[in-house]
Design a protein around this ligand. Structure first.
Ligand code: PLP
Length: 386
């Protein structure tokens, strides 16, 4: 069974996890932020906590935050739980990302931030965003913060420049489904000294220290993941998932509630940073292999009329290789019989979820279409579709 995703782990991560060295959170923050084009990095337990922290650090409350209708719902959870209002923007025709005209239309005098998500690793035009934002700032006389959501787009580039170097800050998710990971974790990066100081102040005041038990939990989790994704064991893991036996380990949202997971406001642990540092050292190789696989997929499915392929994009780093199809379930089953697991990652349009109905303004047809028609083909380093 070929899994839909697979973290690029070796024994190096295990040795790093078992090593007693400390001071690694700061080292990870420094090396990570440098790698992704920023001067500062601040690590949290989740990417969503990093977003929450930014909104709080900037003092945004009861403000409007523009975000995609088609994205991971935890982004909107962070906006709502921080006391703000999400304003949804539908996708650009032919893209998984927000429509530029949609962003312009959504901005009002209450807009104080925009979450620019580069979904599945496909970059948005960061210059165009900046010019939309500058025009709006001039029109309404308010600062509008631009946050690059790079949870899917580590290292994605627009015009040969890292998207995460633009705007006021960037956020990253660092769980095992991401391009690289620190077991769990999240990071906010920024080039602004002021934002950095505010984030550190926020973390010192609002984020609780982690208990020793968390380190043990993370070690057990790392070992379990290594075993679960082992080639021999994965069929069993997949069977457990299909039987619903993995519960909350794979289901990251509940349609009807807006909530954060346990531990969202606790510090990450040193062990996670040590694993993150090993992953960071492998990062260039990971991206090279992902891009190679994506190119192979594009060539392989080029004349396959039933898969609608994304545009080739040299700046993309492919957290997922997503195609749209008519009968998603049928394709999932067809591939399952061949021993290949296809992923269905974002199977909802956020404004259509019961808990987000109150925030809906109009309709989001492209997002709804993707929620029903996207599948992702494994693109992780080392995958061989045969
Ligand atoms: C697009 C996007 N943004 C942000 C996040 C938040 O990351 P985390 O799960 O670490 O909170 C995710 C999570 O998967 C995501 O997919």
């Amino acid at each position: 069974m070929i899994p839909r995703l697979k973290p690029y782990f070796s024994l190096r991560e295990l040795f790093a996890a078992l090593s007693p060295s400390s001071g690694k959170i700061v080292q990870f923050e420094n090396e990570f932020s440098t790698k992704f084009g920023c001067e500062h990095g601040v690590m949290f337990s989740f990417g969503r906590t990093a977003l929450y922290a930014l909104l709080k650090a900037w003092g945004l409350e009861k403000d409007e935050v523009i975000c995609p209708a088609y994205t991971c719902v935890v982004v909107q959870h962070a906006i709502v739980i921080s006391g703000n209002t999400p304003v949804f923007v539908d996708c650009e025709e032919g893209s998984f990302n927000m429509s530029y005209d949609g962003i312009t239309d959504a901005i009002t005098d209450k807009t104080r931030a925009i979450v620019v998500t580069h979904l599945f690793g496909y970059p948005m035009d960061v210059h165009k965003i900046q010019s939309i934002v500058s025009d709006a700032e001039e029109k309404y006389g308010n600062k509008i913060y631009v946050i690059q959501d790079a949870a899917h787009s580590y290292g994605a580039k627009w015009d040969d420049e890292l998207v995460t170097g633009f705007g006021d800050a960037a956020i990253f998710g660092l769980n095992i489904s991401k391009i690289m990971n620190s077991i769990f974790g999240g990071m906010a990066t920024t080039n602004s000294e002021d934002t950095y100081n505010k984030l550190i102040e926020f973390r010192e005041k609002e984020i609780k220290p982690a208990g020793a038990i968390k380190t043990v939990h993370r070690l057990i989790y790392l070992v379990s993941v290594m075993v679960a994704f082992n080639q021999v064991v994965y069929s069993f893991t997949n069977w457990m998932e299909r039987m619903g036996l993995l519960g909350k380990l794979v289901k990251y949202f509940d349609e009807s509630t807006i909530e954060f997971p346990n531990g969202w406001n606790e510090m990450p642990v040193e062990l996670e940073a040590r694993v993150g540092l090993v992953q960071l050292s492998k990062y260039d190789k990971i991206i090279e292999m992902r891009k190679g696989n994506a190119e192979n997929h594009l060539a392989r499915f080029l004349n396959f009329s039933e898969f609608h392929l994304p545009k080739a994009d040299k700046g993309a780093t492919y957290s997922h290789f997503v195609v749209t199809v008519e009968n998603r379930e049928e394709w999932v089953q067809t591939y399952m019989k061949k021993g290949i697991e296809l992923g269905i990652l974002i199977e909802y349009s956020v404004p259509e979820m019961p808990s987000y109905q109150p925030y809906k303004r109009g309709s989001y047809p492209i997002s709804e279409y993707y929620s029903e028609h996207c599948i992702n083909i494994p693109v992780w380093p080392g995958v061989n579709l045969r």
